[in-house]
Write a protein that binds this ligand. Structure first.
Ligand code: OOB
Length: 553
């Protein structure tokens, strides 16, 4: 297949680099080791070619096999018309092909942009536009939804997209992922890109509008994965289970898939975290480490308790993505028999972890401390002034794997970055022992059990419903997920709007299902603050009051 090449901006245009003196320090201190992600994998593969690297159902691939497939895949991606530096949107479920194709892209210098399988046309179009992506990888059909048609819709709107790769039932106009990553003698002659180049893009949870892109370099991301691996105690005997969406930072590199492959361990891919299947696979494959969001961890604990199971051979259960309630944290070791590791991380960089040998009080009551001595943290008030030690405030951070800005997003950067410090909007308390406790989020973001939803994005879509005059999305407390999305609307006099209308209109607009409101409250007038902004605090209090009145006595 030949592809017409249009001039498209280089990946590096729009990346906010670390200042040169800071970069020099990270290199001099050996934090940035000057290695390409693929090279690190290839070295591990050279050391243990016959060890099993990757498991997915009945498929078991050794390091040598994964390496050969990825090498051949890199060549075939190039032959399909993709060049080094081209961006490729990767929307794949948790399969062995996700891992091998990602490695093939890295080898070829084709830069993956990791979308979630739940994303729909609005999200994928926005990502493809910002990235000026040239290719899109989708499954054929997933959970009854045809992603090939989704790919067509996105391509119709984004002219830079010229190739669709399909996992599963590919059409004649698509590239078949299985054919791309088949074993073969094809190789690229040239060496991999320099380690300072952008390796991949992660998506931000995002408080405003559609997801933003975060460019991660080989140097910074390799450090992220390796340093997390050191703290989580990974080695060649590690068997790491992936049940979170593989393109998310947590299972990808904290230490995740990359951290495991870098030390010669084994990665097991599983499509969903459904408790009975997950516990079965943990036992059958000898899984020693895995990562979950709190709601999933809680379901595993409940399932194990109910059926008199433990999670043996699991040694470490990492939990993060949203705040784990202390009571839930206390149950993990008692029921599952493994060590809990709380992880407070973000796609933007900074990762905090409790240490495996921390006292129980730290493990169950804090979200850990930075993984690197080079991570810098400040806790500030709304004006940006440092708060006294031990008091709550907004976290600011910078460090060797926290990029200095979003990709091609000067407006978002003006809001989220101050003098190179990233402000996530998380309200934290920095304890005297260095551990952080997360107390919530100041910004307008709903954290639905780890899935981040921008209130603004939902509100803008609510206006597509006829008769909606004003809309405000807020988090409502939920015992399992922590938060769910509640939408308040003010409607035209005499009109009625019901939840199903709103959900239907938003689905038709093309957004991920996890962002749909789960409760609708129609009120006469949306309250405003003195300066005329929507009074979200009043709405949060209102929904909390309504829920408490509904609680069974
Ligand atoms: C992880 O990454 P993102 O980018 O999906 O979301 C980051 C946000 C944080 O700013 C914070 O608001 C929240 O998710 N968060 C937590 C948390 N872990 C993340 N809030 C409370 N407690 C925690 N343990 O979610 C992520 C990335 C890498 C590793 C782990 C999680």
């Amino acid at each position: 297949m030949s592809v017409h090449a249009e001039p498209i901006a280089a990946t590096s245009q729009g990346v906010v680099p670390w200042p040169e003196d800071v970069a020099e320090r990270y290199r001099a201190e050996g934090l940035w080791a000057g290695l390409h992600l693929f090279e690190i994998f290839a070295r591990a593969a050279a050391e243990r070619p016959d060890a099993v690297a990757l498991v997915d159902g009945d498929v078991r691939l050794t390091y040598a096999e994964v390496l050969a497939r990825a090498d051949a895949g890199a060549r075939r991606l190039r032959d399909a018309g993709l060049a080094a530096d081209d961006r490729i949107i990767v929307q794949l479920p948790n399969t062995w092909q996700f891992v091998v194709l990602t490695l093939a892209c890295l080898r070829a210098g084709i830069v993956p942009v990791f979308a979630l399988p739940a994303h729909r046309a609005l999200e994928l179009t926005s990502l493809a536009q910002v990235a000026q992506a040239r290719a899109l990888v989708v499954p054929s059909v997933l959970r009854g939804f045809d992603h090939r048609e989704l790919a067509d819709t996105v391509r119709a709107d984004v002219p830079s997209l010229v190739v669709t790769l399909v996992l599963g039932d590919a059409r004649s106009t698509d590239l078949d992922v299985d054919a791309v990553v088949a074993p073969g003698p094809e190789r690229l002659a040239e060496p991999p890109a320099p380690s300072g180049a952008v390796a991949l893009f992660l998506l931000s949870g995002g408080t405003t509008g559609l997801p933003k892109l975060i460019a991660r370099t080989h140097d910074d991301y390799a450090y992220n994965a390796r340093q997390c691996g050191v703290i989580t105690g990974l080695d060649a005997s590690t068997v790491y289970l992936v049940t979170l969406p593989a393109g998310h930072n947590f299972p990808l590199a904290c230490p995740g898939i990359l951290g495991t492959l870098f030390v010669g361990g084994r990665v097991v891919m599983l499509a969903s975290p459904e408790p009975s299947r997950a516990l079965e696979v943990i036992a059958a494959e000898g899984v020693t480490v895995t990562a979950a969001v709190p709601a999933v961890a809680q379901r595993w604990v409940d399932h194990a308790a109910e059926h008199g199971l433990t999670a043996a051979p699991l040694q470490v259960l990492q939990v993060g993505g949203s705040r784990m309630p202390d009571e839930a944290a206390r149950k993990v070791t008692a029921v599952l028999g493994c060590t809990l590791q709380q992880v407070f991380g973000m796609a933007e960089g900074l990762i905090n972890m409790t240490r495996l040998d921390d006292p129980v009080e730290v493990i169950t009551g804090t979200q850990g401390r930075p993984i690197s001595a080079a991570d810098e943290i400040r806790v500030v008030d709304e004006e940006g002034a440092d708060v006294p030690a031990g008091e709550k405030g907004l976290i600011l951070t910078r460090g060797p794997y926290t990029p200095r800005g979003y990709y091609r997003s000067p407006e978002a950067n003006a809001r989220a970055f101050v003098d190179g410090w990233y402000g996530s909007g998380d309200v934290v308390e920095l304890r005297a022992d260095g551990n952080l406790v997360v107390h919530g989020r100041a910004h307008d973001l709903i954290n639905r059990g780890g899935e981040k939803i921008s209130a603004e994005e939902v509100e803008s879509l609510a206006y597509r419903v006829a008769d909606v005059e004003l809309a405000a999305a807020v988090a409502m407390p939920d015992p399992l997920l922590g938060q769910r999305l509640c939408l308040y609307v003010q409607v035209r006099p005499g009109a009625t709007v019901v939840l199903d209308d709103v959900r239907a209109a938003m689905t038709a607009a093309g957004i991920a299902a996890f962002k749909l409101p789960e409760r609708l409250v129609v009120i006469d007038e949306i309250p405003t603050t003195k300066v005329g902004k929507t009074d979200k605090r009043a709405l949060r209090d209102d929904i909390a009051r309504r829920l408490s009145l509904e609680e069974p006595a």
